[in-house]
Design a binder for this molecule. Structure first.
Ligand code: BG6
Length: 467
């Protein structure tokens, strides 16, 4: 019996351009949906403004200035022994307006340098093509509600697949594609709660994603293209059959995104729901074949927490991406941001998804957002983060060793502190590396290794044996 993590396991970390790069107009970059989201917190939601407004603070504009520090940051990742760095290409660095005829050479060059730096250290890049960074210039078309946007996305894909051929083989088409059902602005510049609009936008993203899978394979047969699911997993609130059914319905809302991407067609339960609600998709000839031919090579997802779902309740508990599920899980502790900490749920989710799709899986986000304190001696003792990660890794190991789930790798979220997507805060820190910058963008931007930095180094060195 093979024991432990596979030999070529992709250990590493994950970031998103808009949450770490800053330099929001440097080298010809255009504005994206992230650049018009103000800072917020748990009580005060982030505001989406009509363009950049003077006097307002937008965290993506500065972030942790990874754009200018990438060499130093990747060197630190290498020191921890990273085998893989998941990052996103900021679409607006390549096509500043989204619909430009020609790409921006300065933007392309930047990512050449990033990938070359990864290569220098033997780090495999895993690239998210679109991570909550839709060009604002595409709003005039109605963003993803308009089929035309598929062509703009494909133009972008073709450029980057060709340019980075040989440098990048792992790709993710859209970050957390199911966020279209929860936070549609982030998922694709859709500022509407209308379900028909969201479902049309999602349909266009499915088509774009399927086309991108095919194109990536054509351009380089070595390319492996995955989908990325926002890990919504729920338990029924009780064994009352009603709660069980409510949970099935909740999971269908989320899992249908995986069904389409991994199976290549809409599941029956979703088509029935569309029928009931009168939702009509703008299907054209040939679309079904596109979806079928563009099935993904692997399924990646983020895993932070689990929800509890059941009958209607007056309780208002908000889980991942602000989803209201009604209940807190009394068996689980929560993070300072109210997220239920559930390591066993990671094993549960790996089994659930592998049973359903039988394709390789990858955890591309997992981590603890917490307030870190720099001690007088300049150190950061983040034992809480180590505990969180250790317990999750133990459960992932069981899924591999005991259950036989093929897990390709693990890229922990935010190896270096970055801006929180949900709240726009800097103080919700995930990193192994602390960055001296505060919620208003002030600081020295100095990088400091936390205790967890040394712990993760040891984990990777021992290929997950020394947790
Ligand atoms: C995922 C996103 O939803 O969760 C990331 O892909 C995000 O972009 C991460 O940062 C953690 O969420 P938050 O809100 O704590 O940043």
């Amino acid at each position: 019996m093979s024991k432990g993590f596979p030999k070529n396991f992709l250990w590493g970390g994950a970031t998103a351009a808009n949450q770490c790069e800053g330099a929001y107009l440097t080298d010809g970059k255009g504005l994206s949906t992230a650049d018009v989201m103000s800072a917020g917190n748990l009580e005060r939601p982030r505001e989406i403004t009509n363009g950049v407004m003077e006097g307002k603070y937008y965290p993506s504009h500065v972030a942790v200035d990874h754009y200018n520090h990438f060499e130093e940051d990747i060197a630190l990742f290498a020191e921890m022994g990273f085998k893989c760095y998941r990052l996103s290409i900021n679409w607006t660095r390549i096509f500043p307006n989204g619909d430009d005829e020609n790409p921006n050479e300065a933007g392309l060059k930047h990512y050449d340098q990033v990938f070359d730096t990864c290569k220098k250290y033997g780090i495999e890049p895993l690239v998210t093509i679109s991570h909550f960074e839709t060009p604002l210039g595409l709003l005039k078309y109605g963003s993803w509600e308009n089929r035309k946007v598929i062509d703009f996305y494909m133009r972008y894909c073709e450029i980057i697949f060709k340019r980075y051929k040989g440098k990048v083989i792992y790709w993710l088409t859209f970050n957390e594609i199911n966020v279209m059902s929860t936070k549609a602005w982030m998922a694709g510049g859709i500022n509407s709660d209308d379900e028909q609009v969201r479902m049309i936008a999602a349909y266009h993203q499915f088509l774009a994603s399927a086309k991108a899978v095919q194109l990536a394979h054509e351009i380089d047969p070595n390319n492996k293209v995955g989908m990325m699911y926002a890990g919504h997993f729920a338990y029924p609130n009780s064994c009352d059959p009603e709660d069980i059914q409510t949970n099935v319905d909740f999971m269908h809302k989320m899992l249908f995104y995986c069904d389409v991407k991994c199976r290549g067609y809409y599941p029956a339960y979703k088509l029935k729901e569309f029928e009931r609600k009168g939702i009509i998709l703008p299907i054209q000839d040939g679309d079904k074949e596109v979806l079928l031919k563009g099935k993904v090579d692997f399924l990646s997802y983020s895993y932070y927490l689990t929800h509890v779902v059941g009958k209607e309740t007056s309780l208002e508990f908000k889980g991942l991406n602000g989803v209201k599920t009604g209940y807190k899980n009394p068996y689980l502790p929560t993070s300072e941001w109210g997220w239920a900490i559930n390591p066993m749920g990671l094993r549960y989710s790996l089994n659930l998804l592998y049973d359903r799709y039988q394709i390789p899986l990858m955890i591309v986000e997992n981590g603890l957002g917490a307030i870190d304190k720099v001690e007088e001696d300049g150190k950061i003792h983040d034992s809480y983060r180590i505990d969180y990660l250790r317990e999750h890794l133990k459960e992932m190991k069981k899924a591999i060793e005991v259950d036989g789930v093929p897990v390709m790798g693990y890229t922990m979220w935010g190896p270096i502190d970055l801006i929180s997507a949900s709240t726009g805060e800097m103080e919700k820190r995930y990193g192994f590396i602390y960055v001296d910058v505060d919620d208003n963008g002030y600081g020295t931007f100095k990088r400091i290794k936390k205790d967890s930095f040394y712990w993760y180094k040891k984990v990777i060195e021992s290929n997950g044996e020394d947790l």
